[in-house]
Ligand binder design. Structure first.
Ligand SMILES: [Zn+2]
Length: 323
């Protein structure tokens, strides 16, 4: 049985909308849908440039819909969490009245049998509208627009910015060796694995020798020393993105363990000011107390490295050791 961990990376950011998309988003809060005139046609959603020629369009916005006609559709029987509705729905190209391009949107029709080319649909607006395309919850069959719940009215100010969160979820298998490293760390042991073929030693709970493709098990575990020498470092000035807890510049160091051909990369340092971090500093491992939360640490309760007071190592080759 292989254990898996689920991980989510999110990247929240803001974007400015510009004069055309901003007006479109503002109008959505007013339950109006805007297109932009492009020659004899009307593009919906509106764009700043002609998608065929790249020419800048005159800022001639026109109201379309809100009802429209389904030109083609497909049925989504099992929506995922990334879909706009949590029940089966139709994805349809809807040509809103007055538009010359179709808008791709969800139609809450109940069943695929209720969908057809040429059917008439109208928007179901959200009660609370923020100036985002999802202010239209979906389209529903018929000519009449609806509002979901209480209508909280349009935005007080023109919408000029949009919040966006890019997000990805993924699953990683956790090799049993990784669990052994974390378990060992509870007894303040720094556990590595020695390949019986090439005799190389690996840290961080790697599950196989990348040279020999040999799987590591408990019998390959060895105890590594708690002292080493800094071979490289990087000083990071934290950018205050959402979720960043660091506010001051901090260092990450590479530690070559004593007596082993093993480098631990990107390790935190303790009681070593950023300006004093340098190649050759002798350091010892620092372990978290049982009360400290170290969940998710690659090396379990190993939380960093502290200068141990010994004289610096003066070896010009040290700096070449990044792995
Ligand atoms: Zn090997």
């Amino acid at each position: 049985m292989v254990r898996f961990v689920d991980t989510t990376i999110t990247f929240p950011y803001k974007r400015s909308l510009g004069p055309v998309t901003g007006a479109f988003m503002t109008a959505l809060t007013e339950k109006r849908i805007l297109g932009i005139r492009n020659g004899d046609g009307v593009l919906v959603p509106p764009m700043e440039w002609d998608p065929a020629t790249g020419a800048e369009l005159a800022n001639e916005l026109v109201e379309v819909g809100p009802a429209g006609t389904v030109e083609s559709w497909t049925w989504v029987p099992e929506p995922t969490e990334q879909h706009p509705l949590d029940r089966p729905f139709g994805f349809a190209f809807i040509r809103l009245d007055g538009a010359s391009t179709p808008l791709l949107y969800a139609v809450d029709a109940g069943s695929s049998g209720a969908m057809s080319d040429g059917m008439r649909v109208a928007p179901r607006w959200k009660g609370q509208r923020i100036g985002h395309i999802t202010d239209i919850a979906c389209f529903v069959p018929g000519e009449q627009s609806e509002v979901d719940g209480d209508d909280l009215g349009p935005a007080a100010e023109p919408v000029t910015m949009m919040d966006y969160t890019a997000s990805i979820k993924y699953r990683n298998p956790v090799p049993p060796t990784s669990d052994l490293v974390v378990e060992g760390s509870r007894q303040q042991r720094l556990v590595g694995f020695r390949c019986p073929m090439c005799e190389r030693v690996y840290v961080g709970g790697r599950g196989v020798c990348p040279i020999d493709s040999l799987e590591f098990h408990e019998q390959h575990a060895i105890d590594l020393p708690h002292t080493g020498t800094i071979t490289n470092f990087v000083v990071i000035t934290p950018v205050q993105y959402p979720g960043q807890t660091e506010t001051e510049p901090f260092a990450r160091v590479f530690v070559l363990l004593d007596g082993f051909d093993v480098v631990l990369a990107y390790q935190p340092v303790i009681d070593l000011p950023v300006d004093d971090v340098r190649v050759g500093v002798r350091v010892g491992a620092v372990w978290a107390s049982p009360a400290e939360d170290t969940e998710g640490n690659l090396y379990g309760r190993l939380i960093g490295w502290i200068p141990n007071g010994e004289a610096d190592v003066d070896d010009p080759d040290l700096v070449n050791r990044i792995f």
